[in-house]
Every structure is written in structure tokens, then in C-alpha cells.
Design a protein around this ligand. Structure first.
Ligand code: BES
Length: 458
């Protein structure tokens, strides 16, 4: 039996303990965006540092101006070194009434066909995924007493909430964190049988606007039509952001957005993608983006503007005749290729300012900015990871694009000059950020086995 075979056998034998450890971190309410959970977010960082230390990593909780980072080092045996990144924070759980169980009381559910999945906030994004890597390290250490390569693990506590403290942390600790390549487990498989390496991610520019009018809420009969109504002003601005053909109307928005390079178009065309199934899975049927573009293009290589939240006036039960004093919206722009998030923010603010009528004023709140990122997959590390994944899953792994954002990826590439291999085992129906988030047990188990193979291959 080879060392790798012994490690894989150990992973299989230890899977129940691995699940129990995952459940320990899933119970911690590390909701980074809500200050009410600050103490529990720190407790979660401490849990992960202790867990890494228990495997033999030199691990510590490192303070930042926000939530702490967890950093662990293991010198390994060969000259090759990797930096693994994951995030231990999670998204808020509301609307809570749509969860079948307490989001922080993880459970395993079984379907009629016998397949099992882990349910709980963070099951897939990203605690379940980051633990696949940690468990692979644990298995290597348990079986051989060492890791085949040098590993540094960096776990962030603010990925879901803007991550403003990450860039200065990376800059201040670049020498400590630098490695031959970075690995991230926070992305999806192509489908439930086909593993994938994500080679590009969209960037993000987040903005919140609050429109203020009268100095108090008004009776809509006494004041209606005489008083400026911030809800109407907001609705007009938001509607103006897209034209009839689905294009975003901000001046200069498409600067730095080329047509899809032919090589990528060909590589994506080979993927067996059904627009009908992709939309059908979530109860939709008609692509809502730019006319004349495929759905894969829309989510992987075209930018978008999405209103993520809006509020203003009475939203309680029943009815109330009111003109509110304020109305607000949270808006995210997903960016591709060379789009500059700061230019997009400025263009958006100018666009809004030009639409604020007399007696109204607007307040802007910034929520993060990051450029898109893409990797040239010709470096050998992409090929060896692809091979290791294909061996584990018994099916050729695919290179895919990603529509989401993982800001650290861009920073590692731009600030540290490293390639980032993103291999993840999530599925598009994992309901990340939504009620009843889940992670397939197969994803967790074969994810651990995949990383064990990748560590050997590197
Ligand atoms: N894991 C996701 C992003 C993802 C999922 C990429 C699946 C590719 C495939 C990540 O944790 C995430 O949700 N990021 C946020 C970042 C934002 C809050 C800055 C996102 O994309 O909304």
C-alpha cells in the first residue's frame, strides 16, 4: 500500500470524527457582518486555531482592526509550499422562519435514494469546504507523521462582510504567507459528478444609498404629491440602471470589458450546460440579463448590477398611508476582466447625484471593492491538481469560470504575485447565503480525499 493509499484509507475510517469536528465549528455563530456576534466570531477563530494546533500546526489567532485571522504553519517535508485560504465567517441567517431547523444546530439528512447531506449555516460556505483541506492535512499527519509539502493556512473572519482588514494584513505579513502557490476551497464542482477548478471570478463593488427628503414621515393624504417621496426617487434611480436590452446604463461601465476570448468560448462550449436546467432548478425559465448572450457568459464573463436589498416606508402587516422620510438600497456590481471598481463607484455616484431632485439628498455608504481575477492555467500546478481531482472522482475535471467573488484571490495574485488554484466541492443547489444551506456528504468526504491526493501531487 502506498503512503497515499494509507492516507485515503485513514480518511474513510475517520469520516465520522471529521463530521463531528465540522459540526463543532458549524455550531459557532460567526456572522461577521453583525456586531451582535463579535464574541462568537472570535470564539470560532479560537476554535480553528486550537484545531490546527491539535494537528501539529504552529497556529495563532491574529488580531486585526476587525475580526481576527487564524494563521497556521506546518513545515512539511519537501521544498514545495502552499498557502491555503478559507473563511470561517458566515452570512446572516435571516429569514429564520424559512429554515427547517436551527441554522446553528447542524444535522445530517438522508434522501429517499440514500444520499446524505449536511445542513447548517456555513455547511458549504465555507466551513465545510475549508475543513476538507484541514482534514486532509490531519490524515497525512496521522498516517505519516508529516505533510508531504509545507503548508500555511490562513482563515479569514470577514470574507462575507467586505474584508477591509485583509489587504493590510496580507501586506504586513506577505513574507510569512508567501508560498509557491495558493489553494482555495470555496467554489463549486461543475456538477455533482464532475470536479472543477475555477479559473476566474468576478470582482465586486458594493454601495448603499440612503435618500432623505422631509425631516419626518408624513401623512400621505396631507402631503401626497406636494412632498418629495424618497421611495419614488429611489425606484426611478434603480430602474434607470438597466435598459430594455439588459445592459447597465452607467456611463463607462463597460470600459475594460472585452468580448469573450475565443479560447475560453471554445472551452466553455465543451461543457455540457443546460440553461433550462440551471434556471429551472430555482423555479425560473427566461434569462433576464443582456439580450443575445448565453447564460454562462452572463454569469462568468459579463458584469452586472444587482439590487440586493431595498427599503423605505411601511413594511409591516396591513397598510399605512405614509410618505417616508428616507428610502434606501444596497447595490452590488459584479465586475469582469479589467473593470475598475473605483471608477464604477464614481460613475454610480455621479449617476445617482444627477437624479436627486430638489429637497432630497443622498448619503452613500461604501461596501467593499475588488477587481475580477483570472488565471492562465498553463502553470503545471493547475494540471497536477486537475489530474488528482480526476483520479478521485473517476471523471475528467473541468476548468470553469465563477460568477461569485472571493476578494482574497485577486489580492493574492496582485499583491503577492502567486497563482491561486480554486478547487471546491460545492454544488449550485447548496443554497449558500440562503435558508437551509447544505453540503453533500459526498462533497465533504471526497473533498478531503481530493486534497489528500493534491497534497501528494504537489
Ligand atoms: N464561496 C463564495 C463565492 C463563490 C461561490 C464563488 C461559488 C464561486 C462559486 C464566497 O464565499 C462568497 O459568497 N463571496 C461573496 C463575497 C462578497 C460578500 C464580497 C460573494 O460572492 O457574494
Amino acid at each position: 500500500m502506498s503512503e497515499l493509499d494509507s492516507v485515503l484509507a485513514h480518511i474513510d475510517a475517520d469520516i465520522d470524527n471529521a463530521i463531528a469536528r465540522l459540526f463543532d465549528t458549524l455550531r459557532l455563530k460567526s456572522i461577521s457582518t453583525d456586531p451582535a456576534y463579535d464574541a462568537e466570531t472570535r470564539a470560532c477563530a479560537e476554535w480553528h486555531a486550537a484545531d490546527l494546533a491539535s494537528i501539529g500546526f504552529e497556529a495563532s489567532v491574529r488580531d486585526t482592526a476587525g475580526h481576527p485571522m487564524v494563521v497556521g504553519h506546518d513545515r512539511g517535508t519537501s521544498g514545495t509550499s502552499v498557502l491555503f485560504y478559507g473563511h470561517y465567517d458566515v452570512q446572516p441567517v435571516d429569514p429564520l422562519d424559512l429554515w427547517d431547523h436551527d441554522p446553528f444546530a447542524p444535522s445530517i439528512e438522508t434522501r429517499a435514494d440514500g444520499s446524505k447531506f449536511i445542513v447548517g449555516r456555513g455547511a458549504a460556505d465555507d466551513k465545510g469546504q475549508l475543513m476538507t483541506f484541514v482534514e486532509a492535512c490531519r490524515a497525512w499527519k496521522a498516517v505519516t507523521g508529516k505533510l508531504p509539502i509545507a503548508v500555511t493556512i490562513l482563515l479569514e473572519g470577514e470574507e462575507e462582510s467586505g474584508g477591509v482588514n485583509l489587504p493590510p494584513f496580507l501586506d504586513a505579513n506577505a513574507d510569512e504567507l508567501r508560498a509557491d502557490v495558493a489553494l482555495i476551497c470555496d467554489t463549486n464542482m461543475w456538477d455533482k459528478e464532475t470536479p472543477a477548478i475555477t479559473t476566474s471570478l468576478r470582482g465586486l463593488c458594493g454601495e448603499e444609498i440612503i435618500i432623505h427628503a422631509a425631516d419626518r414621515d408624513l401623512h400621505s393624504g396631507f402631503y401626497g404629491s406636494a412632498a418629495a417621496n424618497p421611495n419614488h426617487v429611489l425606484a426611478r434611480i434603480l430602474a434607470d440602471l438597466r435598459d430594455e436590452s439588459g445592459r447597465i446604463t452607467l456611463p463607462g461601465f463597460y470600459d475594460g470589458v472585452p468580448e469573450l476570448p475565443e479560447a475560453l468560448r471554445e472551452s466553455w462550449a465543451k461543457l455540457d450546460f443546460s440553461e433550462k436546467d440551471f434556471l429551472g432548478e430555482v423555479g425560473l425559465s427566461v434569462p433576464a440579463g443582456e439580450k443575445g448572450r448565453s447564460v454562462l457568459e452572463m454569469v462568468w464573463s459579463r458584469p452586472t448590477c444587482e439590487v440586493n436589498g431595498m427599503g423605505g416606508g411601511y413594511q409591516g402587516a396591513g397598510f399605512k398611508t405614509v410618505i417616508p422620510a428616507t428610502a434606501s438600497a444596497k447595490i452590488s456590481f459584479r465586475l469582469v476582466f479589467d473593470q475598475d471598481p473605483h471608477k464604477v463607484r464614481n460613475a454610480f455616484r455621479a449617476f445617482v447625484n444627477a437624479r436627486i431632485p430638489a429637497d432630497c439628498r443622498v448619503e452613500f455608504i461604501e461596501h467593499g471593492a475588488g477587481r475580477a481575477v483570472a488565471f492562465d492555467t498553463s502553470a503545471p500546478v493547475f494540471q497536477s491538481t486537475l489530474t488528482a481531482l480526476s483520479e478521485e472522482w473517476g471523471k475528467d475535471a473541468a476548468f470553469v469560470g465563477g460568477g461569485g467573488s472571493i476578494p482574497v484571490t485577486t489580492m493574492i495574485k496582485e499583491r503577492m504575485g502567486m497563482d491561486v488554484v480554486m478547487a471546491g466541492f460545492g454544488l449550485s443547489d447548496d443554497r449558500i447565503h440562503s435558508p437551509n444551506e447544505k453540503y453533500e456528504l459526498v462533497s465533504f468526504h471526497k473533498g478531503i480525499r481530493s486534497w489528500a491526493r493534491i497534497l501528494a501531487a504537489l
